[in-house]
Design a protein around this ligand. Structure first.
Ligand code: FAD
Length: 339
């Protein structure tokens, strides 16, 4: 009998707000599909778990994004995210269906929810991961051991963590580190409705008001156009902010700029900042250190402006301009507007 008899499949928590599903759920489903394909002998499925109120009709969308099955927990108590009811419901889902692995986005919600569920289940959890794989040697013994890699020691090292003794193997994974597979509307799958048994319907915490912090739109992971400001752009930040507004984008920054006090940590891109993949990334006065590049190299199109022709950033740029930001940027903006 296998060590974890009855535990099967890779589950993904599909985060949603007001019925809008966050991309990270689909990114994780796409990556889970690759893991499942790497070990066909295990016969695993990819299962999406969708919690909310009035969200049943979203299951088809989750299947179109690559899930084989979707477990839907549709209950008025789950209308808005709250730790108590979400953790209760998810723990019951795990106890009922016994996933072998359980992935959630390392979002504000996922970081709150996953550790609570893991603690209740006495399961191992690796937080804030950037890579996942299966130990294929173990597959021969009927085990789908998840190798979860995350930056550690301030980003100086990467550690790969395994949870060999407990199930499910849980991980929170940063948004934007995996590609989202194309949607396939012809995919079919199974939808399973699950009704949790509430011990109490009295909330421990009542939210009186929600004030969105990102009212001014400074969520760089969602921006379609990003202007990356490096140390060479510290004197041009006001101008770059104006340009970003004009182009409908946002300004993000390197760690050097954040440490120099010119930008907030929330807009730092890179290994110890955020991972972004906009349609257009304009790197201004950025040298191209590996730690920065790690967070933006998957952008669709990269333009680099640097006065140093030897700057590393040119190696990953689709288009490079050698010159001063103050001189090159106005010309570039004119060209972009014409395009
Ligand atoms: P610099 O390296 O100082 O480059 C400035 C560039 O601007 C130069 O290439 C220069 O030629 C150019 N320049 C100057 N003036 C002009 C001008 N007028 N016009 C055009 N070009 C000009 N960095 C990150 O960004 N994100 C991270 O998450 C991150 N994590 C890290 C984690 C660890 C553990 C470590 C050790 C480092 C990390 N770093 C990170 C820092 C990283 O190594 C670099 O130091 C940093 O990215 C450099 O920032 P920069 O390119 O803005 O500055």
């Amino acid at each position: 009998m296998a060590k974890f008899d009855g535990y099967k499949d890779i589950y993904v928590f599909v985060e949603q707000k007001d019925g809008n599903i966050a991309d990270v759920g689909y990114e994780l489903i796409s990556e889970a599909r690759k893991l499942v394909a790497s070990m066909p002998e295990m016969g695993f499925n990819v299962v999406g778990v969708l919690l909310g109120s009035g969200i049943k009709d979203k299951a088809g969308e989750v299947i179109a994004h690559g899930a084989d099955k979707v477990i839907v927990v549709d209950d008025p108590l789950l209308k808005d995210y709250n730790t108590q009811f979400y953790a209760d419901a998810l723990t019951q889902v795990v106890n009922e269906f016994k996933p072998d692995s359980f992935l959630t986005g390392a979002t504000v919600e996922g970081r709150d929810l996953a550790p609570r569920v893991a603690a209740r289940l006495n399961a191992g959890l690796t937080a804030d991961a950037t890579k996942i794989a299966i130990d294929l040697d173990k597959v021969k013994d009927g085990e789908a051991l998840l190798l979860v890699t995350r930056p550690t020691f301030g980003g100086n090292l990467f550690g790969t963590i395994v949870c060999p003794n407990t199930r499910p193997q849980m991980a929170t994974i940063r948004p934007k580190v995996f590609d989202m597979a194309p949607v396939d509307e012809t995919r079919t799958g199974e939808v399973i409705e699950f009704a949790p048994k509430w011990e109490t319907t009295e909330p421990e915490v009542t939210i009186l008001e929600v004030e969105p912090k990102l009212a001014e739109g400074i969520d760089i992971t969602k921006a379609d156009i990003l202007i990356g400001a490096g140390r060479g752009a510290e004197g041009s930040l006001d101008y770059l902010n104006e340009v970003a507004k004009e182009l409908g984008g946002e300004v993000c920054a390197t760690r050097a700029v954040v440490e120099d006090g010119f930008a907030d940590k929330a807009v730092q891109v890179g290994q110890t900042g955020k991972t972004v993949r906009p349609t257009l990334y304009i790197a201004c006065g950025i040298s191209g250190a590996v730690q920065h590049v790690a967070g933006m190299e998957k952008s669709d199109f990269i333009i680099a402006i640097n006065r140093d022709p030897e700057a590393e950033i040119f190696k990953i740029a689709n288009l490079g301009y050698v010159g001063k930001i103050e001189e090159v940027m106005p010309l570039l903006v004119e060209e972009i507007k014409k395009a």
